[in-house]
Each structure stands twice: as structure tokens, then as C-alpha cells.
Write a protein that binds this ligand. Structure first.
Ligand code: ADP
Ligand code: MG
Ligand code: MG
Length: 894
């Protein structure tokens, strides 16, 4: 295998092999943009390293060749005594994992080349500072030495010299610090800091490869659903220096406003500093526009590069750059991460500039992003006490208890609390707490700080740089606006405005949700500002286009008239699943108990069923009225009967106690006997669904009669009810045939009585492997199919969902048996083929057979793409997910 690619050899399509950073560095080099020369070690090398535990032998040779080419072209040698070449060794995987892996800068510095660097830069202080940074980073990353030891020594020296800022230490101070750092290395690792530049390089490469599997990287990948076996690439690149004085500096920028998509100059610049200073948020940056005054030429070159990149990627890009002595260098670019709101605005803005088409625009946003815009927000009318305002770093509204560290965050979350992680600033060690927190609040750092970047990536609400906060972790308190708050105190943070409030704040519909539910005028009226109005228009354009191009219909799962209405408001074109279980609960529980207790007493059972009829008819009238003119798929009763009966243990105890008191309650005793008789070891696989309908006479008949009467009643009012009757858990065509015969008999009977024609469609849930595999037979008796992918997943895997999720899914996710829960995203490999078989079988018998899906997968983006490709007609999901499903169905179609 070829393990090393020069930047001139790769390109942006090779993210799998070169990682995102490497692929984009190569792309920039090929565009002729100023990129310090270098090469990329492939992810394949990382995979080989993970497999064998050693770096492949070929790799060393390939690195030698690439390094020599680099040295020759620059006419400098790695770690030379004169004008040394120094390199950075940078991680970079296919998917961005901000701050999760390692990068070692200034590789090649040693006791000799530090002199060369002094000569080259004319700055002794800088050279020794670079050297101490190398030993520190190398010690921590490569030699696994506790980083605090270096930081403490650094602080101690500053205290000794009576200075506060790093930059106040002199060259001589730093030379002394290097000596101290080397001692730390020797004491902690039992070896000297390696002086040989190539040895440094090899060790750094190996450390970066290893950093793919640090705990925090593993945790992050699990959270983000990134496969653990991809590996990272390693980029070795000539160092450039942003800290050579006032004509140097470093920064990050966006090719357009990352929140509105409007063109303009957006970014942060830090004069006289190295790149990592910006990311660490250690010093305060100036707005990029100020660079124009500081260094007009570099500024204008940067603007040109920005335009070039944006035209090339036809999207918003973010860029890391460094100016060395007036000369611009680009160190990284990628299609910029953005907030959900920004994604919609940027996409439509690019359409308006004729850079992309509407089809492309819908592929530039995701259902997950739309989902975020639908989150409820703080009620603007509410009485609040504003504590302070920081930077709005990641949108959303979070209310929760203050926690100060990972342990508290995890403990309180496990106890059921919502928590806000409050830190001075965050670093990669805080990841665990950040993951469980409802919100993140920091006192320091800007929009590109660790907290901000990671929070945006996770979609967690964050406010950063709220510098009025005095966070005192040692005393476990935070002081702000005259308050001293402790762990456990409630605060509310608004990641959209940056506001931090004391106590609970109530939440309301977001303006985007208001637009979706009540139309453009209502949405615009609810929008607090011009930006939000623009956002609503952007969402409208994108969603309308998705509606135009999608092939999949979108229905809602709703059991009640209110839910049905809510789904309809949000664009549902029908109900894909109306469960009827609740129609047997509450006050009606007693009636269903009577049905069961009746045993062979037909008269008693019929009486109880008849008593249920008017209630259920009223339920159906409500729902069908809410869905007037739209198909409403009603599922006949599905769960095991014992769910409607008292708990066996409780009832046994009750009866036993009564007996002890000498009371005789015959009814309770008969109930107990029935409950005992019906008790099942495996209810999920027991008497439920169609089996129940066939075994308990009159049960399905009652439901069908109630539906028939509701339909007839509404028709008489001039309404247009469109119920579809769905039979659950069918495994054999004969089961469906029996139900169908009875259903048709009742529909005919009720039709005659009401003098209307009631030929309602009768369909079937395909949720058992046998049903999927015999779909061609089942279709003979079915007017439609609806895939019940929850049960299909349970029965295909042999998982009992309620049991396995809590018991061992987290372990299965950790050890890679599962990449993601198959109940969240359909298992395309194992359950997918059954869906496809069901579709093929059904259509073989009836080419026009209507097919949908009504499991929870119907609202999951990845699953929706699968259902599109499987050729289904519609998906059905919770009313809340309907807009998301509309968008994803559109995205699947372009
Ligand atoms: P991350 O992926 O965590 O951003 P990077 O590999 O981008 O890590 O490097 C960390 C910092 O070091 C960035 O600010 C980057 O700009 C800077 N850096 C990396 N390589 C070089 C280089 N060759 N010259 C100067 N600065 C560099
Ligand atoms: Mg970077
Ligand atoms: Mg089911």
C-alpha cells in the first residue's frame, strides 16, 4: 500500500484516505493557494497500526522520501543548526472531531536547532518559547506525562519573576524553563527528551496515530455515531510562525457570515501569536476586519483566497491562517460547521447568488438541523432575572442545575436532573460532562473556543465567554451580579441570545414551529427580529421545495384528535398509525375486565362489549373529524390482553389479605383466576395483535363496528371520513383472511343499517419476518401494507426492546456490535432486506398496493432515506417529527 501522499497528490474527494484536513490541504495546494508544504500519512496506515500495534515498515521509508523532497524544495533540513525546518504533526480524521485527537507542533527543535531558529527569526525569546512548547506538548502527548507538571512549572516561574503574562518571560527565563521541562521528562519517562529530529518525528507520528483511540475520542465517536475503525490520517507540515512580531499573526475566518450566509468579513485575528493561541481562547482576539489596517496586503490576499475557496466548494468555508512576517499561509479549510439556523439561511443565500440550485440547497440542510429549529424556546413574556449575557455559541434553551465537573454532571443526570455545566473554560477532559449536560456555560473563550465548537457539534445549547461570571471550582461556587450560586442551584441559559437567567424560565413554541403550524403570517408575527424573519422565509423555501420533490408521503402517528390535529397542522397527509389501546383504558378498564371474565358466558361478554361501543364510536368520530378528507389508518387492538388487567402479584396479595380477614369477594377471585390463566412468560410473543382478535370473540368486531358507525355518522353530516382498518401482528394470510371476512360482514351490516356503502380498506401490518417473507400471499387479502419496523426489529434480532435497551445496549454500542440502536435507525443490513422482501412480495401480487411504515423509524432521517430507496409510499411518525420527515423525504429524492 501507498501510505504517504504529498499535498500535491491528494484532493478533496479523498477524505476516507487522507482525512478531512489532509484532503482539503491537498485541494488548497492544487488550487495554488499558499499552503506550507507537507504530506499526509493515510488512514490506512492508522488502521494497520491499530491492527498490528506497530507502524508499518514501509511507512518509515515513505516518510523519508517525502521528507527529503520537502527539505530539498525548501532548501532547509529538519532540525538543522542553521535555518532549521520544523514541522507540525497533525491529526485529521474523515469526520471532524474537534480537539479530540493530538497535534504536535515545532517538531525538529533541539538544543542545536533552537540556536538556528534564534538566528532565523532574530528572536531568542521566541525560539526558546517554541522549544518549551515542543517539550511540553511532546511530553504530554507522546510520553504520556501529566501535563499539569509542565503547567505548574511554568506558573511557578512566572510567580518567581512576578509576571502575569506568558509574554513577559525573557529569553533567558525560557531557556531555564526548557531545562526544567527536560528534567521533568527525564524524571517522569526515564528517558531524555529525544534530540534527534527524525526520532521526534517518528514518535510524534505514532502518538498521533495512537490518539485515535484515546478515551475521549472513543467517547466522542460513540456520541456522534462515527465508526471506530476508520482511523485518523496524520499531516506532517512545515511550520510557519505567526509570532515573529507585529507583521505576523494568526486567525480563523469564514468566507461569509456563518449565521446569516450574507457575504462579509467574519473571523478573529490575533496579532503576533501562534495558531493554537486562538483555538485555546487564551488571549483576546480582534475582529478580522482590523487586519485590513494592520496588514493591507496580507488582508487582500486572504480575501482573494476566501473567495477562491468559496467558489470552489460552493459553500461557506472556514479557514485557519497564519501570517509570517507579512506573508499569508493557509493551514486548514473545510466546509464550515454552522448552526441549524445558519444552514438554512446560507443555503438559500447561495441559491440567490446562483451558486447552487434548490435541489442542492435541500441537500445542504438536514432534518436534524430542522429539528433543532423546532425546539421550544424561552417565553419572552416571562418574568426573568437576567444574571449576565455571554456569547451565543450554540443555540437552544436549557434550564438545569449548576454542576462544576464531570462527576457531578453524570451523577445528577443519572438521578434524573437536567444540568448546566459551568466552567471557566472547557478542555477535552470535560467531554463527559459536556455530553450529558443540557447546556454549557463558560466564563472565558470565544465562538471558536473548545466549549463553543464541541457544543455546536453535539447540538447542545451553550453560552461562552460570559466574563462577568466568577467561576470558583475550588469553592464550588460561581459569583455573578451580586449572587453566589452553588452546585444544584437552577439557572437557565439561552444559546441563541447568550442570556443567562436565575431560576426556571418557561418555554414556548419556536417562531419556526409557529410558522410551520400556523402559516407564514403567524410565523413572521412571532419572530422577534429581522434575522428570524429571514430564517422563517428560508425554512419555508427549503421545505416547500422538499415537498415538491419528495416521492414519499408523510403521515403522523396519532391516537387522539389533538395529536391528529397537531400532525395535520405540521403537514401530515394522513394518520399512518392510530393506536386504539387507550380506548380500553381509564374508566373503561372495568368493561374490558368484564369481557375477559365472561369466559364462555356469551351474553355477559356481549353486554360488556356493547357498553364499550358508544365510547369508542365517539373516540373515532373525534379523530376522523380532525382528519377529515385524509386517510386515517386505525390499528385494531394490539398489546397483550394482560396489559389491561390488574397486576398478578398485586391482585394475589389483595385477594389473600381479603381472605385472611374472612371476606369473600367472588368477583375479585374470578378475576384473579383469569389473570393467572392469561399470564404469559413472553407477552411480546404471546397472545396479542391478530391472535387476540381471533381468540376473544367480539373484540375486533366491536372496534370495526365503532369505526363503521363513526364513519356513517360523519358521512351523514356531510363530512369525508377516510378510515383504513389495519390488522396487527399477522404472520399468516389465513389470520388476515379470517379477520377480513368478519370485518366485511360487519361493514356490510352497518352499511345497510345506515344506508351507506362502507367499503373501507382493510390492510395489514408487516411486522413479523414471516409476514415479510410471505408478503405475496398476505397481499391477496390486504388492501395496504404498513411496515411495523419496531416489532420487525425486535423479532428479527430476537431483542425484547424494553429489556435489552437497558440491559446491554450501551455495551453493544461500546464494543461495536451495534453502531447505533436498531430501534433508532433501521438496521439496513438485517431488517432492511425483510422490508424489501415485503415490498417485492406485496407488489408481485398487487402492483398498486399502497405501502407505508409506521414504526418510530418513520421519523428518523437515515431510515427515511432507506424507506425511500425501498420504494415505500409514505412514512408515518410522531406529529413533532412531521416537518423533519418532509424535509428528509425531499432530500432522499434529490
Ligand atoms: P485541530 O484539528 O485541533 O485544529 P490542528 O492540526 O489544526 O489541530 O493544529 C492545531 C493548531 O496549530 C492550529 O491552530 C493550527 O493552525 C496550528 N498549526 C498546525 N500546523 C501548523 C503549521 N505547520 N504552522 C503553523 N501553525 C500550525
Ligand atoms: Mg485546526
Ligand atoms: Mg407492533
Amino acid at each position: 500500500a501507498k501510505y504517504v501522499y504529498r499535498f500535491s497528490e491528494g484532493g478533496m474527494d479523498q477524505k476516507d484516505l487522507l482525512g478531512g484536513k489532509g484532503a482539503n490541504l491537498a485541494e488548497m495546494s492544487r488550487l495554488g493557494l499558499p499552503v506550507p508544504p507537507g504530506f499526509t500519512i493515510t488512514t490506512e496506515a492508522c488502521r494497520a497500526f491499530m491492527r498490528d500495534g506497530v507502524v508499518p515498515a514501509d511507512l518509515r521509508v515513505e516518510v523519508t522520501l517525502a521528507l527529503r523532497e520537502m527539505e530539498d524544495s525548501l532548501r532547509r533540513g529538519l532540525g538543522d543548526f542553521h535555518e532549521p525546518l520544523l514541522v507540525s504533526v497533525r491529526s485529521g480524521a474523515k469526520f471532524s472531531m474537534p480537539g479530540m485527537m493530538e497535534t504536535v507542533l515545532n517538531v525538529g527543535l533541539n538544543d542545536a536547532s533552537v540556536q538556528g531558529l534564534t538566528e532565523y527569526t532574530g528572536d531568542e525569546r521566541f525560539a526558546w518559547d517554541s522549544y518549551r512548547r515542543l517539550i511540553q506538548m511532546f511530553g504530554k502527548t507522546v510520553l504520556d506525562i501529566d501535563g499539569d507538571l509542565f503547567a505548574d512549572a511554568h506558573d511557578a516561574l512566572k510567580a518567581e519573576r512576578g509576571v502575569k503574562d506568558d509574554t513577559e518571560l525573557t529569553g533567558a527565563d525560557l531557556r531555564g524553563l526548557v531545562r526544567t521541562f527536560k528534567e521533568i521528562v527525564r524524571e517522569q519517562s526515564g528517558q531524555d527528551f529525544p534530540q534527534h529530529p527524525r526520532q521526534q518525528l517518528d514518535m510524534a507520528i505514532e502518538a498521533v496515530l495512537r490518539s485515535w483511540n484515546t478515551d475521549r475520542a472513543v467517547l466522542y465517536r460513540r456520541q456522534e455515531g462515527i465508526p471506530g475503525d476508520l482511523g485518523t490520517a496524520v499531516n506532517v507540515q512545515a511550520m510557519v510562525f505567526g509570532n515573529l512580531g507585529p507583521t505576523s499573526g494568526t486567525g480563523v475566518c469564514f468566507t461569509r457570515d456563518p449565521s446569516t450566509g450574507h457575504s462579509g468579513v467574519y473571523g478573529d485575528y490575533l496579532p503576533n501569536a501562534q495558531g493554537e493561541d486562538v483555538v485555546a481562547g487564551i488571549r483576546n482576539t480582534v475582529p478580522l476586519a482590523e487586519l485590513e489596517a494592520i496588514n493591507p496586503e496580507a488582508y487582500s490576499e486572504l480575501r482573494q483566497a476566501m473567495r477562491r475557496l468559496e467558489t470552489h466548494y460552493r459553500d461557506l468555508c472556514d479557514i485557519e491562517f497564519t501570517i509570517e512576517d507579512g506573508r499569508l499561509w493557509l493551514l486548514q479549510t473545510r466546509v464550515g460547521k454552522r448552526t441549524a439556523a445558519a444552514a438554512f439561511r446560507v443555503a438559500t443565500q447561495l441559491v440567490d447568488e446562483d451558486l447552487i440550485t434548490m435541489d442542492e440547497a435541500i441537500s445542504r440542510v438536514t432534518g436534524a438541523q430542522l429539528g433543532k429549529l423546532l425546539f421550544p424556546q424561552f417565553d419572552a413574556e416571562a418574568d426573568t432575572e437576567l444574571l449576565t449575557t455571554g456569547m451565543a455559541a450554540s443555540p437552544g434553551a436549557a434550564v438545569g442545575e449548576i454542576v462544576f465537573d464531570n462527576a457531578q454532571a453524570v451523577a445528577r443526570t443519572e438521578a434524573g436532573a437536567e444540568v448546566i455545566l459551568v466552567r471557566r473554560e472547557t478542555n477535552p477532559d470535560d467531554l463527559q460532562g459536556m455530553m450529558v449536560a443540557a447546556g454549557i456555560l463558560t466564563a472565558r473563550g470565544g465562538k471558536t473556543s473548545h466549549a463553543a465548537v464541541v457544543a455546536r457539534g453535539m447540538g447542545t445549547c451553550a453560552v461562552v465567554g460570559a466574563d462577568a461570571l466568577d467561576v470558583d471550582v475550588a469553592r464550588q461556587e460561581v459569583r455573578v451580579a451580586g449572587h453566589t450560586l452553588h452546585a444544584g442551584d437552577i439557572i437557565a441559559i439561552d444559546g441563541t441570545t447568550g442570556e443567562v437567567f436565575l431560576g426556571e424560565v418557561p418555554v414556548v413554541d419556536s417562531p419556526v414551529m409557529t410558522y410551520i403550524s400556523h402559516g407564514m403570517d403567524a410565523g413572521l408575527a412571532a419572530a422577534p427580529d429581522e434575522e428570524t424573519r429571514e430564517l422563517i422565509v428560508a425554512v419555508h423555501r427549503v421545505l416547500s421545495h422538499a415537498d415538491d420533490v419528495r416521492r414519499l408521503g408523510v403521515r403522523a402517528n396519532a391516537d387522539t384528535a389533538e395529536d391528529a390535529a397537531r400532525g395535520r397542522e405540521r403537514g401530515a397527509e394522513g394518520i399512518g398509525l392510530c393506536r386504539t389501546e387507550h380506548m380500553f383504558l381509564g374508566d373503561r378498564r372495568e368493561l374490558i375486565e368484564r369481557v375477559i371474565l365472561a369466559g364462555d358466558d356469551d351474553e355477559e361478554r356481549t353486554a360488556a362489549l356493547e357498553a364499550l361501543l358508544p365510547h369508542q364510536r365517539a373516540d373515532f368520530i373525534d379523530i376522523l373529524r380532525a382528519m377529515d378528507g385524509l386517510p386515517t389508518t386505525i390499528r385494531l387492538i394490539d398489546p397483550p390482553l394482560h396489559e389491561f388487567l390488574p397486576d398478578l402479584t398485586e391482585l394475589s396479595v389483595e385477594v389473600a389479605l381479603a381472605k385472611e380477614r374472612g371476606e369473600v369477594d367472588e368477583k375479585r377471585e374470578r378475576l384473579l383466576a383469569a389473570v393467572r390463566r392469561m399470564h404469559e412468560a413472553n407477552p411480546m410473543l404471546g397472545l396479542r395483535g391478530v391472535r387476540l382478535g381471533l381468540v376473544v370473540p367480539g373484540l375486533f368486531a366491536l372496534q370495526v363496528r365503532a369505526i363503521a358507525q363513526a364513519t356513517a355518522t360523519l358521512r351523514a353530516e356531510g363530512a369525508d371520513p377516510r378510515p383504513e382498518i389495519m390488522v396487527p401482528l399477522v404472520g399468516s394470510v389465513r389470520e388476515l383472511q379470517l379477520v377480513r371476512q368478519e370485518t366485511e360482514r360487519i361493514l356490510a351490516e352497518e352499511g345497510r343499517a345506515a344506508n351507506v356503502l362502507l367499503d373501507l380498506p382493510v390492510g395489514v401490518m408487516i411486522e413479523l419476518p414471516r409476514a415479510a417473507l410471505t408478503a405475496h400471499r398476505i397481499a391477496e387479502q390486504a388492501d395496504f401494507f404498513s411496515f411495523g419496523t419496531n416489532d420487525l426489529t425486535q423479532t428479527t434480532w430476537g431483542f425484547s426492546r424494553d429489556d435489552v435497551e437497558a440491559a446491554f445496549f450501551s455495551q453493544y454500542l461500546a464494543n461495536g456490535v451495534l453502531r447505533i440502536s436498531p430501534f433508532e435507525t433501521i438496521d439496513g443490513e438485517g431488517v432492511g432486506p425483510l422490508v424489501r422482501a415485503g415490498v417485492a412480495g406485496g407488489r408481485a401480487t398487487k402492483p398498486q398496493l399502497k405501502m407505508g411504515v409506521c414504526g418510530e423509524h418513520g421519523g428518523d432521517p437515515e431510515s427515511i432515506h432507506f424507506f425511500h430507496s425501498a420504494g415505500l409510499d409514505y412514512v408515518s411518525c410522531s406529529p413533532y417529527r412531521v416537518p423533519v420527515a418532509r424535509l428528509e423525504a425531499g432530500r432522499a429524492a434529490v
